[in-house]
Write a protein that binds this ligand. Structure first.
Ligand code: GLN
Length: 313
């Protein structure tokens, strides 16, 4: 970060957090996973990290939250590392849907019956079945270890209450998974695949963990602090492209216009975003808008992008 940018961020980030926080009252926490409904509605936090390890945070950046759909970026990357592009894109497409993240509509309407992309629920469930491992716990452990590596946090673990709450209430995801099994998209037992999916959605993080993960993507798969190439560049390119076209669900077009950065949100209110070659960003704000994105988190990223001219476009 240039000194002036650090100084401006340090001075203004808390102000922008407080102004965006006002919007929390207009949204709702996710309730279809009962445990997520308990998240603090008025919370908003952010952590920004650069390649030299400088960090700036504001608001409720220490809040723990589950990765939810943010984890789909990394399950996709691990599936690509395990299988290569041909096998992965035989099971999921590369196009946005324009529908809700948990919609089944196009699965039957458009042939072949493969999910449109890996960042909607159906696509991420298909991706979970491609993670290498002898059994669901080996697959989940590999994914957890991968997240620990990328976040540089060996303590990352599951929020067991959220895991159980989702697993007990996931009628829609279950129906989608059984449909995909019937169409030959899923390998192995449906419940085993779902278990891998629910587990990676329930990994507990804070904004610094997400900022560190985003920093690796911002540096094309390299941890800029150690110089270690953790992910092949090509797979980061694929992941970041999906983040632009599908990362904010069916609000990805609007987000591309208003913010113009790769991003992935989750129904816990987390958002992973990045400024390529510069910053990793982790945001949390559990109050969601109607599309399932953090209402105050999106506002905060809009302000930052506008003030620092971060849009890629
Ligand atoms: N675990 C959530 C689900 O499957 C993830 C959805 C999300 O974050 N959009 O519904």
């Amino acid at each position: 970060m240039s000194l002036t940018e650090i100084e401006r961020l340090q001075a203004l980030l808390p102000v922008w957090v407080e102004s965006s926080r006002q919007l929390c009252a207009d949204g709702k926490t996710a309730s279809y996973i009962p445990e997520l409904a308990k998240s603090p509605l008025g919370a908003l936090g952010i952590h920004i990290m650069d390649a030299k390890g400088h960090s700036i945070s504001a608001g409720d950046a220490e809040l723990s939250f589950t990765m939810q759909s943010i984890s789909k970026v990394f399950s996709l990357i691990l599936a690509l590392m395990d299988n290569g592009e041909t096998i992965v894109f035989d099971k999921v497409g590369m196009e946005p849907t324009g529908d809700n993240f948990n919609s089944m509509l196009k699965l039957e309407l458009v042939q072949p019956s493969i999910p449109f992309n890996p960042l909607i629920n159906a696509g991420a469930i298909a991706i979970s079945s491609l993670i290498a491992g002898e059994n669901p716990s080996e697959k989940s452990n590999r994914l957890l270890e991968f997240l620990r590596l990328i976040s540089n946090n060996s303590k990352l673990s599951y929020d067991h209450d959220v895991y159980r709450s989702e697993s007990d209430s996931a009628n829609l995801n279950r129906s989608m998974a059984y449909f995909l099994k019937d169409k030959g998209v899923l390998n192995g037992s449906v419940e085993d695949v779902l278990d891998v999916y629910f587990r990676h959605c329930s990994v507990s993080v804070n904004c610094a963990d997400i900022a560190q993960m985003a920093l690796v993507l911002a540096y094309n798969g390299k941890n800029p602090l150690t110089g270690e190439q953790l992910i092949p560049r090509r797979y980061v390119q694929i992941a970041k492209t999906f983040m632009i076209t599908c990362g904010m669900y069916n609000a990805s077009g609007e987000f591309a216009i208003q913010v113009g950065l790769p991003a992935k949100s989750g129904v816990s209110g987390g958002i992973l975003s990045l400024v390529p070659g510069r910053y990793g960003i982790g945001v949390v704000g559990p109050s969601l808008n109607r599309k399932g994105n953090s209402i105050a988190g999106v506002s905060l990223l809009e302000i930052l992008s506008r003030e620092f001219d971060w849009s890629l476009f």
